[in-house]
Each structure stands twice: as C-alpha cells, then as structure tokens.
Design a protein around this ligand. Structure first.
Ligand SMILES: [Zn+2]
Length: 169
C-alpha cells in the first residue's frame, strides 16, 4: 500500500454498518500502527523498511495484543476526549468504550488485513512468512494494481458512508 491511512479508510465503512461492535479507534490503530516499522527504518535511512513486523507471525500474535492493550486503556482513560474527537470527526458515535473481545478481534483483523494488502504491493517484504520461509512469494506486479484499485474503491465507499451518516436523534 502506498499510503498508510488507506489501510484504515478502506474498512471504515464497517463502523457505519455496525457502530455497536466496530470500534473506530481499534480499527484505525490496528490497521495503521504497524507502519511505525517502515517509519522507523525510514528515519534511520535504511532502504529495507518492511521487516519482522510486516509478517503474519507477529502481526497475528503479539501485535493484536499490544494494540488491544493500548486501545482499551485509551478508551478508559480518555473517554471524554474520545467523545469530543468522534463528534468533531462527525462519526456520530453511540459509544466510545468497546469490550476487550471486540477490540481484540478488530486488532487481529487489522494486523491481518495490513499484511495481506501489503504483501501484494511490496516486493521487499522478506519476513512475511517468517520463520517458515524467506522472501515474499505473494508479490506479483499485476496483483498490486488490483489491490491498490480495490483499496481506493473501498475508501470511496467508506467516505460515502461517512458523508451520509446521521446522528441517531
Ligand atoms: Zn505496511
């Protein structure tokens, strides 16, 4: 994926379909924070920026647990702040605190979807199947275009849901 926010915006429509179960914070954090890894290597000036975190092994184990902890804490410590931010962003929230189970499932989905979308678009994701294989067997030039186009279409759909969404009362 070229731009990190698209990882979140592609799936934002899920929130507007089911606000009781889809936690927008868990969705936004879990789909994007894994790109702290390339950011870190970018700052260091390293060319190979998708490393051990851009693989299913960590993205489906440690990563969802870390995200779940951070999101759950944030929702408990900054509840009022989140209400204000969600209203400002016109998310028309019905709640800001979600269950641990909901947060965890979304974090797992976020880690999976991030790696899944990246693995078709980044040839240099050498740890995607770590420790079972080295290199990225999923990268195909043409698949990258299809994945990028799909993410853009999903993002437009999400934006449409966002614009149309109305407060409950
Ligand atoms: Zn990434």
């Amino acid at each position: 994926m070229p731009i990190t926010p698209l990882h979140a915006s592609a799936f934002l429509f899920l929130y507007f379909k089911d606000k009781t179960r889809i936690d927008p914070l868990a969705l936004a954090v879990s789909t994007t924070f894994i790109d702290l890894e390339p950011l870190y290597y970018f700052i260091l000036g390293e060319l190979l920026d998708h490393r051990i975190w851009h693989g299913f092994t960590l993205a489906l184990t440690l990563y969802p647990i870390l995200v779940t902890g951070a999101v759950y804490l944030t929702e408990h410590l900054l509840e009022n702040r989140l209400w204000a931010i969600y209203k400002w962003a016109r998310l028309n929230p019905i709640k800001v605190r979600y269950s641990l189970q909901n947060i965890y499932l979304l974090s797992f989905f976020g880690g999976f979807s991030h790696i899944f979308l990246d693995m078709f678009t980044h040839p240099q994701m050498l740890w995607v199947l770590y420790p079972f294989a080295y290199g990225n067997p999923f990268y195909r030039g043409q698949a990258a275009i299809i994945v990028e186009a799909t993410v853009i279409v999903l993002t437009l759909y999400s934006l449409n849901c966002w614009l149309k969404d109305k407060p409950l009362k």
